[in-house]
Design a binder for this molecule. Structure first.
Ligand code: BGC
Length: 814
């Protein structure tokens, strides 16, 4: 069920283009939304797409991944083990301001007479470009061209080239390049998804200095004591006479260039901006690093930055592009739009993650501080599949981040009276930051989600070293947590039950035996057991090291197996469905008919208790399990479960529709799959959730890759074996994408009635297509027929269900 139609921005202003997101007119109606969509970032540093001139402005923002302020979580009623400290990403010093004055009149977009305006996010060049022709009231025409980038190659560096030419007259022109820390607080206006406002200023000044056209400002956060240095430097070029002045104070700096501009003589300012942050180095040291980054930037110049940016993105697209084609004679531009949006989504995922080294990926990437810039399971379940198959380096970094917080997860497990390690539901620094335990700490499934991503990463990349070095330890500690959390219950013939948890669906909180959690925990336990046994048998030295690090006893491994083999999965024989949790079917079904669209998302209109006592689902839960662990459900169960749960699903979380699309495609509901896919793809550009102004939905964006690859190409990768069951939606005539598997490169090309698989680089790869095994050898394409969907139905559904009658979904796969 979906409650809000995508509102695609008007196409005459935002026309379809394959590689750019373009705005052909200044369009203040979508100002704040576009600030989000035009954001530039590299996974470490992000800047919202606000105009250089500093106004008009909706929500400004400069975010550095992992640079946060902490705050005490105040509970009106205390209880043991509650999370104590919240963490919020800081809106840091804004360094991108460039104000322009002609005849001492400011260039101000809302009132300017614009003879030309175009702004675009160029996804191949990695730049935010703008071209404006402004006619001043006195008839002077001024051309303004700017290019902004946050460098992928140079993690700490961003730059803007700002070119001004007065075309038909001479005039005094002033370009004021500024930086500013805005100490004013913002409140969160009662929406739990937004960021917390701080009463006091967050950044306290440390050092500041100006040297010619260079300014350095440094700050320290009030509570978390993190340090920040922000520096700017400038190149300035013109044949017209000019002078400049620089100044700075603790929160501000500016370099003001005054030019006697001559007609037709260009003025070019290049501004370099650098950010360095730390949780332990003093600000002074960061200032020195900032100086070095700026020295290098000046030496190499802007053009070199452009070249390296392009190169970085060429590599990215080569590994990651999803290409779709439609009927060339079709009258509508739907396919062009979809192609543009798919790339837009992947580009933003890359911007959110590429250089996040040592950190995670915030729910909104670096486009906003909503959700406090915290990391959730979004990373593992929604981003990691895409990253594992296209940018394994990034996937590994995100797993290494989880490993780096393992000690804190151990500590958290102690705090909530469990063994092993419990990863935080939401965090920046590794500590649990969720103030509402029912939808936070209770989401124990985060442990299994991380392990799920870890297993996929190891299966697909073959990076066994990661498994030996870090993975095994994470497995031991997470398995211990599950074993201590659950118990063998007499009520259900001694099966292993897990009580008091919240599954992915936050509209059913603190429940017993959430099927998703139990299934995922079971995989976690099995994988931990088999990994430890593999180490014992094949890598005795690693095994000894693991025992040493974790004090592991083999009896524990036996227990994990016993719990996993006997995991309780609530099932209703009458309806032939899995039950979302023990008492879900006892609840009253939500009155959807009498809930008008403006009452969604329900979380903003109903007390949680009202929601909790109904059969109503925020986001795919069992349906998600049927995707992630599809080989653990029979085809009939998939159909029955979907038919039961889908109508109860509000889609109030942007994480839902992609999964609903993938599962509908698998069970043969192609029309529904296409409809859900539309919502998934347009989540941000079509502002489906109505809150794009507060940042991109990065998980949903990652979900669109899954819709194409797992949904329409029908890929499954249980235990690292790739199988495909392609079935394209009516309007898509061709879908192509590359995958990186064990360092080899596979090209998948689905077109009309055939699919072609080409191992472009590598030696050999075994895959299967519609149930038939195929051996691929390097450079030899294999083209196979697609059986029509109708003919396929029975087989398609069986595909994920081994025909061997002795197969038992309750046993670990080989
Ligand atoms: C969803 C969570 C998600 C979080 C951050 C919530 O609305 O229910 O599953 O992790 O948003 O994206």
């Amino acid at each position: 069920m979906l409650h809000h139609e995508p509102l695609i921005p008007p196409r005459y202003i935002y026309p379809p283009e394959p590689w750019r997101w373009v705005e052909k007119q200044f369009y203040p109606k979508l100002l704040v939304q576009m600030e989000t969509l035009f954001s530039t970032a590299n996974g470490y540093l992000g800047m919202r797409g606000v105009f250089e001139e500093g106004s008009p402005i909706g929500q400004n923002g400069t975010f550095i991944n992992g640079f946060y302020e902490s705050w005490p979580i105040v509970y009106a009623e205390e209880a043991y083990g509650f999370a104590r400290t919240g963490q919020t990403i800081v809106n840091a010093t804004d360094s991108k301001i460039i104000r322009l004055y002609v005849d001492d009149e400011p260039f101000y977009l809302p009132t300017a007479n614009l003879l030309k305006f175009e702004r675009s996010l160029d996804m191949q060049n990695g730049t935010l470009d703008r071209e404006v022709l402004w006619q001043t009231p006195s008839g002077k025409q001024v051309s303004i061209r700017s290019r902004r980038l946050v460098s992928f190659e140079h993690r700490h560096l961003a730059a803007i080239s700002y070119e001004v030419t007065i075309l038909n007259a001479k005039a005094p022109i002033v370009i004021s390049s500024e930086m500013h820390y805005d100490a004013s607080a913002r409140a969160s206006e009662g929406d739990p998804r937004l960021a917390k406002g701080f009463k006091e200023r967050v950044l306290l000044p440390e050092h500041y200095w100006v040297k010619d056209r260079r300014i350095i400002l440094s700050h320290i956060t009030r509570n978390s004591r993190m340090t920040l240095a922000c520096g700017v430097d400038h190149e300035f070029e013109t044949k017209s006479p000019y002078s400049y002045e620089s100044q700075c104070s603790e929160d501000d700096g500016k370099v003001v260039f005054s030019v006697d501009a001559q007609p037709g003589v260009p003025i070019r300012l290049v501004k370099y901006m650098t950010y360095h942050t730390s949780d332990h180095f003093p600000a002074q040291e960061l200032c020195e690093r900032a100086e070095r980054t700026l020295d290098r930037a000046i030496t190499h110049g802007f053009d070199n930055l452009l070249v390296s940016q392009r190169q970085y993105l060429d590599d990215f697209w080569d590994r990651s592009d999803l290409k779709i084609e439609g009927d060339p004679h079709a009258p509508s531009d739907t396919i062009e739009l979809m192609q543009q949006v798919l790339r837009f989504n992947l580009f933003h995922v890359f911007q959110a993650s590429a250089r996040s080294e040592g950190g995670g990926v915030p729910a909104k990437g670096l486009t906003s501080h909503a959700y406090e810039g915290n990391y959730f399971w979004d990373m593992e379940i929604y981003l990691q599949p895409f990253l594992t198959y296209t940018s394994p380096r990034i996937a590994k970094n995100l797993l290494l981040f989880r490993y780096s917080i393992l000690d804190k997860a151990r500590q958290r497990a102690r705090e909530v009276n469990q063994d092993g390690a419990l990863f935080p539901w939401r965090t920046i620094n590794g500590e649990e930051a969720s103030a509402y335990y029912a939808a936070g700490t209770a989401q124990y499934h985060i442990n299994a989600d991380i392990i799920y991503a870890l297993k996929k990463y190891v299966d697909i990349t073959g990076d066994d070293e990661f498994l030996l070095n870090e993975g095994a330890e994470m497995l031991v500690e997470t398995a211990r947590m599950w074993y201590s959390l659950g118990f063998f219950s007499k009520r259900v013939a001694g099966q292993f039950c897990i009580h008091g948890v919240t599954g992915p669906d936050e509209y059913n909180a603190v429940v017993n035996n959430n099927t998703y959690t139990n299934l995922m925990a079971r995989e976690n336990l099995w994988y931990a057991a088999s990994t430890v046994e593999m180490l014992r048998d094949r890598h005795p030295d690693w095994f000894i090291a693991l025992v040493d690090k974790t004090k592991l006893k083999l009896s524990e491994v036996k227990n994990w197996r016993k719990a996993a083999d006997n995991m309780y999965l609530p099932f209703d024989e009458r309806l032939k469905i899995h039950i979302q949790h023990d008492t879900f079917l006892d609840e009253k079904v939500w009155d959807f008919e009498n809930t008008p669209p403006d009452k969604y998302p329900l979380l903003l209109h109903f007390h949680p208790l009202v929601i909790y006592r109904h059969q109503v689902i925020k986001q795919a839960d069992i349906v998600l399990a049927m995707f992630l662990l599809g080989d653990k459900f029979s085809p009939e169960q998939k159909r029955h479960n979907f038919d039961y749960y889908d109508p109860l699903t509000t889609g109030d979380s942007s994480l839902s529709v992609s999964i609903q699309s993938i599962v509908s495609a698998e069970i043969g509901y192609l029309e529904q799959a296409t409809e859900y896919a539309k919502y998934a793809v347009l989540m941000d550009l079509g502002d489906v959730a109505g809150n794009v102004k507060d940042g991109c939905h990065i998980a949903a964006m990652g979900g669109t890759w899954m819709v194409a690859v797992y949904g329409f190409a029908g890929m499954r990768d249980y235990n690292g074996h790739l199988s495909f069951h392609p079935k394209l939606p009516e309007i898509v005539k061709r879908l192509r994408f590359p995958l990186t598997i064990q360092g080899q490169r596979l090209e998948v090309d689905i077109q009309g009635t055939t699919a072609t698989y080409l191992l472009q680089q590598g030696t050999q790869l075994a895959i299967s297509h519609q149930g038939k095994d195929i051996q691929l050898l390097e450079g030899i394409p294999v083209t196979v027929e697609l059986k029509p969907v109708l003919e396929l139905k029975g087989e398609l559904i069986k595909s994920s269900w081994p025909s061997d009658p002795t197969f038992n979904p309750n046993k670990q796969d080989d």
